[in-house]
Design a protein around this ligand. Structure first.
Ligand SMILES: C[S@@+](CC[C@H](N)C(=O)[O-])C[C@H]1O[C@@H](n2cnc3c(N)ncnc32)[C@H](O)[C@@H]1O
Length: 348
């Protein structure tokens, strides 16, 4: 199996099954993969009388009053007549509309493998969803401590990424907003995977399967229960030696002065190109990661990655993959300023 990216390859990784490896050096902010769902389904597939205000085809947030109901079943609602007519030819075909159990398949975008799609395949994919499905979340709000999932999606290539508690890449989606850079042809439910920092050729590229600020024991519990493995990443190896009341924030605070005193080049040399074998028990750069790549907005917990480089020029603007906040090296940029330079409207 290959991924549609010239900079990545799929390899067997000892103890982890298949994983994705850089086939050339990768740069901070670089888009390494764009993936479309082969299947999207709402969180509560059997309760179509939902009070939520998102479209049952593209899952974009819309005001309840503007939603258009399916004229036949009245249970499904769409953002407008265009989405309704797209749905009638795909996710909400007559077959789906008239058969309640199969209405679980809420959105099926055109995909090269569509002809191979059967209910059997769908069922087996759904059965595997705990391991392979990605959540499309409700929009971020600082007042909402527990953001819920509005839909799940099966992304055939993104599901090859293994987990690391200090990831080197992260996933962005732009369900409700446009990306803050040119992204021709991107559907609103597509995922964009971008590098958080530089990595050399041959390094495994990992995502974090959940926000990186969870503590050691909850991460271990979640990975074991939901994904079936005990994580032995470098961060876990360090944190397994910490006392219960030691937190990442405390350690980050202790190391803050040291990190702040370095210039960017020194930081990159000291931390990002580190091999795990270069570190002894307690000096793996958690503090650095948290200071540089964690969003500081209340209840966000998102990860920051630079915007894609323009040619060889790296961006000094970081984007949060949860709340969308943009932050430059010097100060914060208002999210509304995204609409300026270089942004194009998303295609429907
Ligand atoms: C989304 S899949 C990733 C691709 C998977 N390795 C494969 O071969 O298809 C998630 C599964 O990969 C494995 N996995 C992911 N990250 C891992 C890690 N850090 N250590 C061990 N296994 C891991 C676990 O079996 C997990 O349930």
């Amino acid at each position: 199996m290959a991924v549609p990216s010239s900079v990545l390859k799929v390899e067997e990784i000892q103890g982890r099954g298949r994983g994705i490896v850089a086939s050339q050096p990768l740069k901070a902010g670089q888009i390494i993969l764009t993936d479309s769902p082969i299947l999207l389904y709402p969180t509560s597939p059997f309760s179509q009388q939902h009070s939520s205000s998102f479209c049952d085809h593209c899952f974009k947030s819309c005001s309840s009053s503007s939603l258009v109901s399916c004229p036949s079943c009245h249970g499904y609602r769409f953002c407008d007549s265009t989405c309704l007519s797209k749905a009638l030819n795909s996710s909400h075909s007559t077959f789906v509309c008239h058969s309640v159990p199969t209405s679980i398949i809420s959105s099926l975008f055109s995909h090269p493998d569509n002809e191979l799609f059967s209910l059997q395949l769908t069922s087996s994919l759904l059965a595997k969803d705990k391991l392979n499905a990605f959540g499309i979340m409700h929009p971020f709000s600082e007042n909402d401590e527990h953001r819920s999932v509005r839909a799940y999606g099966i992304y055939p290539y993104a599901s090859f990424f293994n987990h690391d508690c200090l990831p080197n890449a992260c996933r962005f989606d732009y369900v409700d907003v446009n990306p803050p850079y040119h992204a021709d042809g991107l559907n609103n439910t597509d995922f964009v995977i971008r590098m958080i920092h530089d990595v050399p050729q041959g390094r495994e590229i990992c995502l974090s399967y959940f926000p990186v600020n969870d503590n050691y024991s909850s991460r271990q519990k979640r990975l074991l229960e939901d994904y079936g493995f005990a994580c032995n990443c470098d961060r876990c190896n360090v944190e397994s030696n910490w006392s219960d009341n030691e937190s990442i924030e405390e350690n980050a605070e202790e190391d803050k002065q040291e990190v702040m005193a370095m210039d960017d080049e020194e930081e990159d040399e000291q931390y990002e190109n580190m091999e795990p074998s270069d570190t002894d028990n307690n000096d793996f750069p958690h503090a650095y990661f948290f200071l540089k790549y964690m969003c500081d907005r209340t209840n966000c917990g998102g990860t920051l990655a630079p915007l894609p480089p323009k040619g060889d020029t790296l961006s000094n603007v970081m984007e949060c993959n949860v709340c969308g906040k943009l932050k430059s090296d010097d100060d914060n940029i208002n999210v509304d300023d995204k609409a300026q330079d270089g942004e194009v409207p998303m295609e429907d």
